[in-house]
Design a binder for this molecule. Structure first.
Ligand SMILES: *Cc1c(COP(=O)(O)O)cnc(C)c1O
Length: 409
């Protein structure tokens, strides 16, 4: 074992967990979230917990609606919310203002981004996607391929560098997830982006499992396009709108397929022809879900006072500790740790493999520990450092051990 939290001196006991929590500079953030008593919530990578200020903020939007009616679009700033909240998300992505928009679902943003990315490279015929990526990403890439007459090449991430080289100047777009939703593996964004650019392709990252949980550097790395969820580690709420990042240098050529009136240069002029707005505004589509968008806006307050580097440090400490506990307390029961142990290859979840994953997770939910299962045999545990503690990690492992020891699943 080479990880700092997992040495033999640091036996993963509950007392050790409590000591780590005492020394945790982010321990105070948990009070900003509403978490049910007696529940250990390790599924914030699927649906982030409710931030305490969100109900008040949503109540305020309802008041605006009730009192201001249509004038809320201007008087309450609803109209500019997609770009204003977009900039707040952009700050978490390493994106300078004016390059990130919020609105619509991840799936819609992916369709828009994949199509627009391909249109940035007319004449090139290959779209490279991760063969093990999230289903919606692969389904949408296949559809965009059919729509534009492109060859979609599905290759596992481990083979990306080679696949990029092989496709060469026929490669239009490389689309991949920064973190594998099943294994929790974090990929090297800079290296893959560099490889895509070497052959002149457009790089599109899906940041669903990366946004809000580790520092990103989209501008510095030179990423072209990125999309991601509002409801996972950003805690924007169920169905929170997703974000789209378009690097400033791509704005002028950015030609999205969903040419809604909010992306028009003069949305109220009712002109007969679509004329895209300048800047990131051209990535707007239609009327955004304001209630959800402003719930996300309020949830983002959680990041105002914290540094993503500190969130990352905490996340690695939690996952190190969880892995050390699993090594010590679960190895004899047929669990295998799927998530890479190297920090640079780990997102913010730990995945365990077990043949009885489904029934163990059901029993675990009964014991108040919430994670989730990805078929056929993976148990996923997500760690949001803003509200998960080391004691939570220890107690979750103890609950799993209790279940498999008793055979009660
Ligand atoms: C969660 C997730 C999605 C979800 O897409 P929706 O349109 O919000 O349902 C898409 N892609 C990845 C990689 C995800 O992790």
């Amino acid at each position: 074992m080479t990880e700092p939290r997992a040495t033999s001196q640091d036996t993963p006991t509950r007392e050790h967990a409590a000591r780590l929590d005492q020394a945790d500079p982010l321990a105070g953030e948990r009070k900003h979230f509403v978490l049910p008593e007696g529940v250990i919530y390790l599924d914030g990578n699927s649906l982030g917990a409710l931030a305490r200020n969100v109900p008040t903020a949503v109540g305020e939007v309802l008041r605006q609606w009730g009192e201001d009616l249509i004038s809320g679009w201007w008087d309450d700033g609803w109209w500019n919310a997609p770009t204003r909240v977009g900039d707040r998300v952009g700050a978490l992505l390493g994106a300078a203002p004016g390059q990130t928009i919020v609105g619509d679902s991840t799936s819609v943003q992916l369709f828009n981004a994949l199509t627009a990315a391909a249109r940035l490279r007319p004449g090139r015929r290959v779209l490279l996607v991760d063969a093990e990526g999230f289903p919606t990403d692969r389904y949408l890439a296949a559809s965009v391929g059919r729509l534009l007459g492109l060859t979609v090449r599905e290759v596992p991430m481990a083979g990306f560098a080679e696949a990029i080289r092989r496709a060469g100047d026929d490669l239009a777009v490389v689309a991949a997830s920064a973190v594998d939703y099943r294994s929790g593996e974090l990929w090297d964004l800079a290296t893959i982006t560099g490889a895509a650019h070497e052959v002149g392709a457009v790089m599109l990252w899906d940041l669903c499992h990366a946004a809000g949980v580790l520092p990103l550097a989209l501008d510095a790395i030179g990423v072209d396009l990125a999309v991601g969820c509002g409801y996972k580690f950003l805690s924007g709420g169920p169905g929170a709108p997703a974000f789209l990042y378009v690097a400033a240098r791509c704005h002028e050529q950015f030609d999205q397929p969903l040419t809604g009136w909010h992306g028009h240069t003069e949305p109220f002029a009712a002109t007969t022809q679509y004329q895209p707005a300048t800047g990131i505004t051209r990535a707007r589509i239609g009327t955004p879900p304001i209630l959800s968008l402003l719930a996300l806006d309020a949830a983002l307050d959680a990041f105002d006072q914290v540094d993503l580097a500190a969130v990352r440090t905490k996340s690695l400490s939690l996952t190190d500790f969880f892995i050390a506990c699993a090594d010590t307390h679960l190895a004899e029961f047929g669990f295998e740790i799927v998530t890479p142990r190297e920090h640079r290859r780990r997102g913010s979840q730990v995945t365990l493999r077990h043949s009885a994953a489904e029934s163990i997770m059901t029993a675990l939910a009964g014991a108040g520990v919430v994670g989730d299962v990805r078929p056929p045999n993976l148990l996923r545990f997500g760690f949001n450092g803003l509200y998960v503690s080391h004691v939570d990690a220890f107690d979750a492992i103890a609950a799993i051990r209790g279940i498999v020891e008793s055979g009660d699943y």
